[in-house]
Design a protein around this ligand. Structure first.
Ligand code: GLU
Length: 303
């Protein structure tokens, strides 16, 4: 059996119920996967217990089912994958690409929080239970460039804009950047489709893919949703949970936010019919790159 030529994913962190921005990423990645005749997987990014809410992962999965969005394969949970992340980290440590770092936030404050060399004066584990963080070394002049399907060409000087970045935190938890790269490769993800809030993480992820000898997927960053006042959705009232019991209004609003013609979903009355109609009418080139203002979408009764 040959590998599918397209495999997309939706990868929520279980920090609370899914909101409209999450639905946009889920529906957008699902539509692009279906349009390409590919697979769509769900992965639970439960890496950060202090930020997680008990039961949120199950609630998110339940909400996705309410919207007709079911994973085509096994649902991966990052909390179960520590050994795989450790193997990747060990390889980077052995190659000298990763290093242990005792710098604290305040040590780095004078450099805008950016780590370019270790400046810690004391070793933290002398006075607390925390171990060192492990960072990826980003040599001076590391400029990364990639072509995003919606946002166009993106260039970032990772050494000056981000610096040496964390792979394993001082508190022992895995960093998102390492886990996402290892898992996108492990799941055979060919296309990462997600919100534009993660655009500036992508150069770090491409650097890590190269350091680990992993393929780089194609990237599509969907527009952010902002409210009337121009605030990010997560800061506004519209970050309220979406209702799996009444999915059609939010599904229609997400469809419209993806730049698709409202008429295509105007006359459906079940989720299954909405998804079928959406699949038929979807055109990826209509996805806008500019942030979408919520008040243009009549979404308020949907969220
Ligand atoms: N888990 C991340 C989030 O919920 C998304 C990761 C990704 O799509 O790469 O923000």
């Amino acid at each position: 059996m040959s590998l599918p030529s397209y495999c997309g994913r939706f990868a929520p962190s279980p920090t609370g119920p899914l909101h409209f921005g999450s639905l946009l990423a889920a529906f957008g990645s699902w539509l692009l996967a279906r349009h390409a005749g590919g697979q769509w997987l769900v992965r639970i990014e439960d890496l950060d217990p202090p930020r997680e809410v008990a039961g949120a992962a199950e609630e998110q999965l339940h909400t996705l089912i309410g919207f007709g969005l079911a994973s085509d394969g096994k649902i991966l949970r990052q909390s179960e994958r520590g050994a795989v992340y450790q193997a990747a980290l060990d390889r980077l440590l052995a190659e000298g690409t990763a290093f242990a770092c005792h710098c604290s936030r305040s040590d780095l404050a004078s450099n805008g929080g950016i780590h370019q060399r270790c400046v810690a004066t004391t070793h933290r584990h002398g006075r607390s239970k925390q171990g060192p963080a492990i960072r990826l070394r980003v040599p001076a002049g590391t400029r990364l460039c990639f072509d995003d399907a919606v946002q166009g060409r993106i260039t970032q000087d990772v050494s000056t804009e981000v610096g040496d970045f964390v792979l394993k935190r001082a508190d022992g938890y895995w960093a998102y950047q390492l886990a996402v790269v290892v898992d996108d490769a492990a799941q055979g993800i060919t296309d990462v489709v997600r919100g534009a809030d993660l655009l500036d993480s992508t150069p770090r992820q491409i650097l890590l893919q190269r350091a680990l000898g992993l393929p780089t997927p194609r990237y599509t960053h969907l527009p952010l949703v902002i409210d009337k006042a121009g605030r990010k959705l997560s800061k506004s009232l519209a970050a309220l949970p979406i209702d799996a019991g009444d999915p059609l209004p939010a599904l229609r609003a997400a469809w419209q936010a993806l730049g698709q013609p409202p008429a295509a979903l105007a006359h459906v009355d079940t989720v299954a019919d909405a998804l079928a109609a959406a699949q038929d009418a979807f055109a990826p080139q209509r996805i806008p790159n500019a942030p979408i203002a919520l008040h243009n979408m009549r979404v308020t009764d949907a969220v």
